[in-house]
Design a protein around this ligand. Structure first.
Ligand code: MG
Ligand code: MG
Length: 259
């Protein structure tokens, strides 16, 4: 059952999402060669708690940390470790926060040092996929239209669209109905209605769409070992149109300041 939200609930969700957006901004300031994922995790946890919020992933399904940090061929659900970031890495940072009982869930894939051109292109196209998917989240469309648009754009560039993990409804729990796949067919799936709140999160691979789970029972990696990118926003449908509750503004500002 899809739980549609009232305008008041959406405003709380906007706050939750913005806390995560600012957290990702803090991470963006910090990311450089030599920094370890576990340091980033500690920074995120401290910042989220300073905002009167609770880390959303910590303890969820027994996940051990505040951030999911997935480097290079890792797609999602990586556990922060002590391996220092290296020149040319890409690092997906996925972060959740609970504010007044509502979740924000939001991810960005960062470049470390100088990244190969083909991987830069993967990041650019995956971020475009997110925007293209969001534009489809409007009244008159169905959930399948979101995935269709994302898949078209990714496959046009020869990339693999991950099938095994999907976007989702978001609210007082992290994963609500409906599932929001990054692939699909036009006109299929549930009708999009006002009050729908979803996380749209394309996971796009340089090579095969196929993924496997490591024996830590968390980390998802590409089957062929090629890079994967992941960007995620929280969306509410308001007055028939998608409104992005999260923002990459803080990340973009931090990255521009570093240049
Ligand atoms: Mg996420
Ligand atoms: Mg999510």
């Amino acid at each position: 059952m899809i739980i549609y939200k009232t305008p008041e609930e959406i405003e709380i969700m906007r706050e939750a999402a913005q806390i995560v957006s600012r957290t990702l901004g803090k991470i963006a300031e910090k990311i450089e060669i030599g920094v370890t994922p576990i340091e980033l995790d500690a920074l995120a946890e401290a910042y989220i708690r300073s905002q009167n919020a609770i880390p959303g992933f910590l303890g969820l399904y027994d996940f051990p940390n505040t951030l999911c940090i997935s480097v290079n061929e890792q797609v999602v659900h990586g556990i922060p470790n002590i391996r220092p970031l290296e020149d040319g890495d890409i690092i997906s940072v996925d972060c959740g926060a609970i504010y007044k009982g509502y979740y924000g869930d939001h991810a960005y894939t960062f470049e470390v040092g100088t990244v190969a051109p083909e991987i830069k292109d993967l990041l650019k196209v995956t971020r475009e996929c997110l925007d293209i998917g969001i534009a489809e989240a409007k009244v008159g469309n169905r959930i399948g239209d979101i995935g269709f648009a994302i898949q078209q754009h990714a496959e046009k560039h020869g990339y693999g669209v991950v099938r095994d993990l999907v976007g989702h409804g978001l609210g007082t729990t992290m994963h609500e109905e409906p599932q929001v796949p990054n692939y699909g067919r036009r006109g299929r799936g549930k009708k999009i209605q006002n009050g729908l709140t979803i996380a749209i999160e394309p996971m796009i691979n340089l090579g095969t769409e196929r993924v496997v789970q490591l024996d830590d029972n968390w980390t998802i990696v590409t089957e062929d070992g090629l890079a994967s990118a992941h960007f995620e926003h929280d969306i509410a449908v308001i007055n028939g149109k998608p409104e992005v509750l999260s923002t990459f503004k803080y990340v973009d500002d931090a990255l521009n300041n570093k240049k």
